[in-house]
Ligand binder design. Structure first.
Ligand SMILES: Cc1cc2nc3c(=O)[nH]c(=O)nc-3n(C[C@H](O)[C@H](O)[C@H](O)COP(=O)(O)O)c2cc1C
Length: 221
């Protein structure tokens, strides 16, 4: 697959087959992604690959915490505190596309809630990836980490695997670090679901739109 095709074909997948991912494939994906550039070649990313009973144990703690509505706070603020257009419009459209695909109406609060909760099980993908940064890292390391995420997503396609990056998992830094033995002063950046796509699932049936280049670019000559 050439780079352009990979960039255009990648999309977030939120329903997976009940089929384990071969450990050597996960390692090959991470090895390819390790070639991601980073400032001063710091390679600041740290990854936890969580599968099997470790995943079951961790996700049930996260889901329980979410359902009990315990207060939670991520290690950093990802989304804007004030949503303005056009970002707000895009966010609303993003949710609308997903719930439309599932035929979930606005008033069906419980169905919406259950669909959102699937985030905390990484949509039942066989693999949950979690990304951390050392406490000494500053904002720049998020650039490196973001590129690393994209590298993983593109590399996964080469192995017939699909992904969904998940900011939602970063809402539970304490539980996740305690369970996986990462220092509490490290930064939990986000998670990612990894597995074989369930191509028959309605939630995987839509594609998100993109803006025209002219709308976000100024050309100077
Ligand atoms: C950093 C990051 C965090 C995200 N967090 C979530 C999430 O918590 N739950 C979710 O369902 N999708 C999440 N997404 C997926 C986005 O909704 C998705 O990338 C966007 O709508 C564009 O769609 P596409 O990935 O299919 O091209 C996240 C994506 C990124 C890059």
């Amino acid at each position: 697959m050439n780079t352009e095709d990979a960039l255009r074909q990648r999309r977030s997948v939120r329903a997976f087959l009940n089929k384990n991912v071969e450990p050597e494939k996960i390692k090959a994906i991470l090895a390819a992604a390790s070639h991601t550039p980073s400032g001063a070649n710091m390679q600041p990313w740290q990854v936890a690959v969580v599968t099997g009973s470790s995943k079951q144990k961790l996700q049930s703690k996260i889901e329980d915490s979410f359902r009990s509505e315990e207060s939670r706070k991520g290690d950093f603020q990802y989304y804007p505190l004030t949503w303005k257009h056009p970002y707000k419009r895009r966010r609303v459209n993003c949710g609308r596309q997903m719930y439309n695909a599932l035929d979930i109406q606005r008033k069906e609060k419980q169905r919406r809630f259950e669909q959102w909760t699937a985030n905390y099980r990484s949509f039942d993908a066989p693999v949950m990836l979690l990304f951390f940064l050392d406490s000494t890292m500053q904002t720049g390391a998020f650039l490196d980490c973001g590129m690393f995420l994209q590298s993983i997503m593109l590399s996964a396609m080469e192995y017939g695997l699909s992904t969904c990056t998940q900011a939602s998992l970063s809402e539970f830094p304490e539980i996740i670090k305690e369970n996986l033995g990462y220092p509490q002063d490290s930064t939990l950046v986000c998670g990612m679901a990894l597995g074989y796509e369930d191509t028959s699932a309605a939630i995987n049936s839509y594609r998100t739109p993109r803006e025209e280049v002219e709308s976000f670019t100024r050309f100077y000559a």
